[in-house]
Every structure is written in structure tokens, then in C-alpha cells.
Design a binder for this molecule. Structure first.
Ligand code: 13P
Length: 287
């Protein structure tokens, strides 16, 4: 059964570790993340962006697939199915479809509108026992070759949004999606300290988990980060393993073209990346 991310994240914040959110793209991805969580007795959050939702055939398809796998693969660790960077309408659709957690990313709205929409979603999600992630200060990243630096969230705005009663809060601290440029300045720990001080015990979320050095991840966890999102790193390891298989000509040997064989190295590569992250985040054995 899917669960809200609330208990797992409060426990993580208290215990000074973080739960990974791993974005899923298809059946292989989902199975790899769920099995790795189960094998390592770790709680886990499956992230679905609106684009990935469309790609996989809609939110209801995903809910059916994930619930089916939890039952048939005998997954007993806590699993939350979470909308990543959702719009207001997207969040409502996922709630309707059976997601156990949603993110409303109102960071691109004026703060008043972010507050108004987040307030409505706090009401809806808390009535249904679902978790809600809000965002202040947009996360940068590469889009069409332009690299954004990633905003630093204003601590007072973070406090205002946290006080609305959201389950967890994503705050921009110089983190970006995708790979970090060579001249990246690193995470803004002064800002994170301020945000952590004013937001009480609200678990903080670190987006853009790919490529952040280990010491920075550990320091961020010590300053209230209890959820870390990873997407690109699984994509890179899946692609590298698949490339190797094809370049070695294995798809041309025997039944090597069978998708169950062709996608197997990529599947194993995702499992290895997820396990590595769970070790780094400290969530192993915490289910
Ligand atoms: P990366 O793709 O950089 O790992 O970021 C993932 C993320 O933050 C999803 O919200």
C-alpha cells in the first residue's frame, strides 16, 4: 500500500538521514527502485514529473502499475508515490488518480499566489492524509543550453510557506537540475542554515541531487534536509549500461534483441545507482 511521505520524512529529519526521491520513467525504472528499496530495507519516494506522467500513459496507469508491483513483488517498505514539480491542476489530478503525495511548485508565481494555492492544497491533502511539498526560490538547471544559477530562497518566505502546514519544503539554495557546471559555486549553506532555523521541524527537500559532492550532501542533511531528489544520475547510468551492451554487439548475438535482455544491464545499473544513493543518504535499514 502506498503511504504519505510524512512519517518517513519526519523520522528521517529526526534521525539525521534523508529519504531518496527517485524519478521513474517506465516499468523497468519503477521495478528497479522498488526492489532496491526492499533489498536494503529503506523507505523510498517514487517521483513522477508531469512530463513522465504523460509519457507513461497517464497518472492512473502509473498508480495501477505501482500498486500492482507493491503487491506482487511483496514490497513491504514504506513507498510514497509523489508528483514532482506539479502545477495546481496537475496536483489535483494526481490526488484524484491515487498518488499518496504531491508537490505543488508555485515558485514561479508571485509569493502571494504561491501562498494562496499552497493553502488550498494543504487543506485538500491534509483531509485525505496525503503529503504536500511546496517550493520557494526556483531550482535552476539547463534548458535549451542556457544554464541558470539557481535562486537562493528568501528565509522569511520559506517560513511563511512552512507555517501553512506543508509536509516538506523545497528551498532553492544554489542547487540545479541536471549536471552541475564546472564553475558551480556549491550549495549556499548560510542560506540553508537560516531557512532551517526559521522553518522549525519541517523536513527540507534538496532537489538536483545528481552530482552534489558527498560532503555537501552530508552537511545538507545535518542542516534539516530529509528528502533528496535524484533523476539525471539514474538516466546516465541506464544510458551508459545500455550503450555498452549495444556497442559490444550483444543485441546481435542470439536473442540479445529481446527487450528483457536488452534492458537488463540498464535495469541493474539503476539498481546500483539507487543503492549507492541510499547508502550516502543513510536511509538503509530505516524502513
Ligand atoms: P537531478 O536530475 O539533478 O538529479 O534532479 C532531480 C530532481 O530534483 C527532480 O525534482
Amino acid at each position: 500500500m502506498l503511504v504519505s511521505a510524512k512519517d518517513m520524512l519526519n523520522k528521517a529529519r529526526e534521525g539525521k538521514y534523508a529519504v531518496g526521491q527517485f524519478n521513474i520513467n517506465n516499468l523497468e525504472w519503477t521495478k528497479a527502485v522498488l526492489l532496491t528499496a526492499q533489498e536494503n530495507n529503506s523507505p523510498v519516494i517514487l517521483g513522477v514529473s508531469e512530463g513522465a506522467g504523460k509519457y507513461m500513459g497517464g497518472y492512473k496507469t502509473i498508480v495501477g502499475m505501482v500498486n500492482g508491483m507493491i503487491e506482487e513483488l511483496k514490497i513491504t517498505v514504506p513507498v510514497a508515490l509523489h508528483l514532482d514539480h506539479g502545477s495546481y491542476e496537475g496536483a489535483l489530478k494526481c490526488i484524484e488518480a491515487g498518488f499518496s503525495s504531491v508537490m505543488f511548485d508555485g515558485s514561479h508565481y508571485p509569493i502571494e499566489e504561491n501562498i494562496a494555492k499552497t493553502t488550498e492544497l494543504v487543506k485538500i491533502t491534509s483531509e485525505k492524509g496525503l503529503s504536500l511539498e511546496a517550493e520557494v526560490g526556483s531550482i535552476g538547471g539547463e534548458e535549451d543550453g542556457v544554464v541558470g544559477a539557481g535562486e537562493i530562497a528568501d528565509a522569511n518566505e520559506c517560513k511563511t510557506i512552512a507555517d501553512l502546514g506543508v509536509t516538506m519544503l523545497a528551498a532553492g539554495i544554489g542547487n540545479i537540475h541536471g549536471q552541475y557546471p564546472a564553475n558551480w559555486k556549491g550549495l549556499a549553506f548560510d542560506a540553508l542554515e537560516d531557512i532551517n532555523r526559521v522553518t522549525g521541524t519541517t523536513p527540507l527537500v534538496l532537489h538536483g541531487g545528481t552530482g552534489i559532492p558527498e560532503e555537501m550532501i552530508k552537511k545538507a542533511i545535518s542542516l534539516g534536509v530529509a528528502k533528496i531528489n535524484v533523476n539525471t544520475e539514474c538516466q546516465l547510468s541506464f544510458a551508459a549500461a545500455t550503450r555498452k551492451y549495444v556497442e559490444e554487439g550483444k543485441d546481435l548475438q542470439g536473442k540479445g534483441f529481446d527487450p528483457r535482455k536488452l534492458l537488463a544491464p540498464g535495469f541493474e545499473a539503476i539498481k546500483a545507482t539507487v543503492k549507492e544513493k541510499m547508502e550516502l543518504f543513510g536511509s538503509i535499514g530505516q524502513a
